[in-house]
Design a protein around this ligand. Structure first.
Ligand code: ADP
Length: 544
């Protein structure tokens, strides 16, 4: 038989006998229909971004079998999600919801507890329930991707509304938003832009948050708060509920847009540049989550393997990177800033002139004329994303190594020269220690920035995977010692990152655990996600 059809023994979650587990699966199959439950007993295949597996992390940094599902179920409605939750409570089986499972770099589709039953919400619950052209809002189910939402708005001819897409447009709007992902238009803070949730709780009840709680309301997507405590927050980066519907606000078409790019010659330009960026960004002259990228990653973004440039071990020497950069239209500089100005041309001209005079204070700063850039230059991918047009070119840098996979280190800091330099030095030192190419990209929010450092490794090379993970772990600890924490992280690092948020003798985690135990007394929903373990698991060696 071909490899893909041979059988593996299905993983059984800890704490339940194999026979009892198989019996429980048979029961659920009966309830949902045979076609809506798949046992994960085939060899694991990684696929690629658009045809990714839902059984495991296609970019695993551990052994492939570590974080795998025992089975995957496909609910078709909120009621069926409730049925699955009731079943999990009855048999004490861990379940793990995903929307589409394209959360690459943060764990993909994998569950945190081996042998969990993955609830793939997106496959059948993929409807756009509403697009409201007057309120500029929409209401979506978990299987709606940024591409699908974009295309639906285009198909309706709603030229006056934009969506906001993250770097990769194939992911789920709900999945990305609940994990607090970001995009690159002025609506880039997805969590801040959502309005209203429908959530299945771990004991099976359904709630609607905000105005959704008021029967007959017509403001669920326009007033996010409703009345009383604002509960939405506990359903992001948590394991407190399964989101089955979410409202999202849409951006008005700004009436024109123009991408721009500046490059800066030296590594040391980073600090003064941050001092220039901060006031421009806070006052919204720089209007979107803009990126300041190191040349090392821009070269990789062309999609060529590292071996094209260098076959030695350790990081590609900087002289080689610069020689490569010199051959491209962008030229031999160290930093590239990608931004966009929005609005009609006279409005843009005003903002662009201010930006130009500020950026040129860095000696040697260059403005790149987009008309000189070829169509496949990375600039144009940034241009599409910042205009709310989904794209997947960002992923080209995983070609850097054979079997390329990536995990990100993403600390948050103020937009300051001293902080940028501290994080840059910290990352550089650890990358050199572990012989890894260093790709710092600063994503400037409004009053803070995320440094995103993607580590790309060969997922079939145990030595390189081990080095990548050790480097990530060291950077998390180094950063915490300096007072920096990650805004989001990979499944494997969740315990460690949660542990750095330890003020007041771990007061915040104690609070999270109280909520967890109250909402999920049997501890069935995504145990361990974001470092939150239900009582049944705590202190039993599950943390890693
Ligand atoms: P995407 O495909 O957009 O990248 P995922 O579906 O992989 O997003 O979701 C990212 C993570 O967020 C998942 O691993 C899961 O832990 C959580 N998540 C996603 N969708 C939901 C949901 N509907 N309800 C609760 N948690 C979710």
């Amino acid at each position: 038989k071909p490899r893909a059809e041979r059988q593996r023994l299905p993983v059984v979650p800890q704490g339940i006998e194999r026979d009892a587990f198989l019996q429980a699966l048979a029961e659920l199959k009966e309830e949902l229909g045979a076609e809506n439950l798949e046992v994960n007993d085939k060899p694991l295949t990684d696929g690629w971004y658009m045809e990714h597996p839902n059984t495991h992390d296609m970019m695993t940094i551990l052994d492939e079998e570590e974080l795998v599902a025992s089975a995957v179920v496909y609910p078709g409605s909120t009621e069926e999600v409730q049925q699955i939750v009731a079943w999990a409570n009855k048999h004490r089986i861990p379940i793990f919801p995903i929307s589409m499972g394209r959360n690459l770099g943060y764990g993909g589709a994998a569950p945190r507890v081996r042998g969990s039953v993955t609830i793939d919400l997106g496959k059948r619950m993929n409807k756009i329930l509403d697009i409201n052209p007057e309120d500029f809002t929409c209401l979506v189910e978990p299987g709606v991707s940024f591409y699908a939402l974009y295309e639906a708005i285009q198909a309706k001819g709603y030229d006056h509304m934009w969506i906001d897409s993250p770097d990769l447009g194939g992911g789920s709007v709900i999945g990305n938003t609940v994990d607090r992902g970001v995009g690159y238009t002025p609506y880039g803070d997805h969590w801040a832009c959502h309005a209203g949730l429908e959530v299945v709780l771990p004991t099976g009840e359904v709630i609607r948050t905000g105005m959704g709680a008021l029967p007959g309301n017509n403001t669920w997507q326009t007033f996010p708060y409703g009345f009383g405590p604002y509960s939405d927050g506990i359903f992001s980066q948590s394991n407190f509920g399964i989101v089955t519907k979410m409202g999202m606000t849409l951006m008005p078409n700004p009436g024109g847009y123009e991408s721009f790019m500046y490059t800066f010659p030296k590594e040391e330009d980073l600090a003064p540049l941050m001092e220039i960026i901060r006031p421009l960004r806070i006052s919204n002259i720089l209007e979107n989550v803009a990126q300041l990228r190191h040349v090392s990653q821009s070269i990789a973004a062309r999609g060529l393997p590292r071996s094209t440039f260098y076959t030695g071990s350790g990081p590609v020497p900087s002289s080689i990177l610069h020689a490569e950069a010199a051959k491209s239209p962008v030229g031999d500089h160290t930093w590239a800033y990608y931004g966009m100005a929005y609005g009609p041309s006279h409005i843009r001209a005003h903002k662009l002139a201010l930006i130009d005079s500020e950026f040129r204070k860095i000696p040697g700063a260059r403005k790149i004329d987009p008309s000189t850039l070829p169509a496949d230059e990375y600039f144009w991918s940034r241009d599409r994303v910042a205009a709310g047009i989904p794209d997947i070119q960002e992923l080209r840098w995983v070609n850097w190594t054979p079997n390329g996979a990536h995990v990100a280190f993403s600390p948050v800091s103020p937009i300051r020269g001293t902080d940028a330099t501290a994080l840059f030095e910290l990352g550089k030192k650890r990358h050199e220690q572990y012989g890894i190419d260093f790709w710092p990209a600063f994503c400037v929010g409004l009053r803070e920035m995320h440094l995103i450092v993607e580590i790309v490794f060969d997922r079939h090379d145990l030595e390189r995977k081990t080095a990548a993970l050790a480097c990530l772990r060291d950077m998390v600890d180094d950063a915490a010692r300096l007072g920096y924490g990650e805004y989001r992280t990979h499944l494997v690092l969740m315990d460690q990152v949660a542990g750095t948020y330890s003020w007041g003798d771990g007061a915040l985690m104690k609070f999270n655990e109280k909520i967890k135990d109250a909402l999920d007394p049997n501890g069935i929903l995504a145990p361990g996600r974001c470092g939150i373990w239900p009582r049944r698991y705590r202190g039993r060696g599950w943390e890693m």
